[in-house]
Design a protein around this ligand. Structure first.
Ligand SMILES: NC(=O)c1ccc[n+]([C@@H]2O[C@H](COP(=O)([O-])OP(=O)(O)OC[C@H]3O[C@@H](n4cnc5c(N)ncnc54)[C@H](O)[C@@H]3O)[C@@H](O)[C@H]2O)c1
Length: 399
């Protein structure tokens, strides 16, 4: 099948290259000409394990191309994926859908023959209806079916997640669109990954509900960790003790500095807004967001307490800046709030991250960046490990 992917970020690039690897003919499009030029030179715009080799092999075999112009690839495509960003709208926390709608207009203008337009960006319930309305406004005669196909991949394990998903959610009631989606994902289906066909609105909500549930799990164990510290219990053992219960599961029960990243914070906020708008408030999720917000600065107070309450004149070494290991993504990383709080208390901060320092520099301009983990720690009054990169596990504490 011929596929066009609009927006070559974390999701677009990974989805595009994996679909090419399944044997489809894919063009990844981005309006960022520098990004496309770099990809054409074989340089990856993001840090994601395994991505470079997969892009290289699929480009060499002629299944994967890159472009800035939308018209040609969309005209020829059987399916067009929208994978542009949907950040929090400034001021009110609703999802900013301007990129999705702009892409929909551009797609509409280029459509030819029957085409399935697939929204893979995380979007609020009803966005598919609006995408369809926009397309029909621009091209009333368009032979098109708009489908929701939310993405559940995790940065740092994105290729594995795309190729071995727990499930594929396809929101459509159109039989022609189902056929195209089934053909696109046939290699996964053969691998026994379940495809869940739902209504379009249901598919849109599944994505937000999944992220909000996971964020709730993280926040729950973080609150339990607080109680453990007060009563002399071990949160890791508590997590194991409850996680081995199949009804609960072991994942997302690692206490830490609070959740961050490009998805959980904005998606939880957007879901809260949807709940309020539809008079179905999501009070649990509202509390999760509030608790998580407090957690990051509370961690800085813990560091201060460990150093006797006063951080003025102290140097704190920080290992790990990205919001999780194996990515260079700094969006909403807990390190930002935690480090800012340490600085507010008078500390000097020196940090090291294996992949995220370039991305961190504009967000955290007033800290020192070390060349290695050991250089970071040398002479510091305290060490804070924020992101659990594998390489920090076996540091020689005697050095
Ligand atoms: N990052 C993740 O782990 C993840 C996981 C699941 C779902 N999602 C969702 O997927 C969507 C994309 O997220 P991301 O992290 O990949 O975003 P991103 O910011 O990394 O990439 C988006 C890309 O789209 C491009 N773009 C915007 N408008 C365009 C247009 N009209 N034409 C061509 N290119 C355009 C931008 O230049 C950018 O390169 C979001 O809705 C996000 O919530 C992300």
């Amino acid at each position: 099948m011929r596929v066009a992917v609009i927006g070559t970020g974390y999701v677009g690039l990974v989805s595009g290259v994996c679909l090419a690897d399944f044997g489809h003919q894919v063009t990844c499009i981005d309006k960022d000409a520098d990004k496309i030029a770099a990809l054409c030179r074989g340089e990856m715009p993001i840090y994601e394990p395994g991505l470079h080799a997969l892009v290289q092999s699929n480009a060499q075999e002629g299944r994967l191309q890159f472009a800035t112009g939308i018209a040609g690839p969309v005209r020829e495509a059987d399916a067009v994926f929208i994978t542009v960003s949907t950040p929090s709208r400034r001021g009110d926390g609703h999802a900013d859908l301007s990129y999705v709608y702009a892409a929909s207009r551009e797609i509409a203008a280029a459509l030819d023959d029957f085409t399935v337009v697939v929204t893979k960006s995380t979007v609020p319930v009803g966005t598919g209806d609006e995408v369809e309305r926009i397309i029909r406004e621009v091209r009333p005669e368009a032979n098109v079916s708009v489908v929701s196909n939310p993405e559940f991949l995790r940065e740092g394990a994105a290729i594995r997640d795309f190729k071995h998903p727990d499930r594929i959610v396809v929101g459509t009631e159109d039989e022609r669109a189902k056929e195209v989606m089934a053909e696109l994902y046939r290699p996964l289906y053969l691998n026994a990954a379940p495809i869940l066909y739902t209504g379009r609105r249901t598919a849109e909500l599944i994505k937000y509900a999944a992220n909000a549930f996971l964020a709730t799990k993280v926040t729950f164990i973080n609150e339990i960790a607080e109680l453990c510290e007060k009563v002399g219990a071990d949160v890791q053992e508590v997590a194991r003790g409850i996680g081995l219960d199949n009804r609960i599961g072991t994942k997302f029960l690692h206490a830490g500095p609070g959740f961050g990243g490009s998805c959980f914070p904005k998606d939880a906020l957007a879901l809260i807004k949807a709940g309020q708008d539809h008079e179905a408030p999501l009070r649990i999720v509202e509390t999760v967001v509030a608790v998580n917000e407090q957690r990051k600065r509370a961690m800085a107070r813990k560091v201060a307490a460990a150093l006797g309450g006063n951080l003025r004149g102290k140097t704190i070494a920080v290992l790990g800046l990205t919001f999780k290991p194996n990515t260079d993504d700094m969006r909403e990383a807990p390190s930002i709030a935690l480090i800012t709080a340490l600085q507010d208390m008078g500390a000097a901060v020196r940090a090291y991250d294996p992949a995220g320092m370039e991305q961190a520099k504009p967000l955290l301009p007033d800290i020192a960046y070390a060349s290695s983990a050991y250089a970071c720690v040398e002479g510091a009054d305290a060490l804070v490990i924020i992101t659990e990169w594998e390489q920090f596990r076996a540091l020689d504490r005697g050095v």
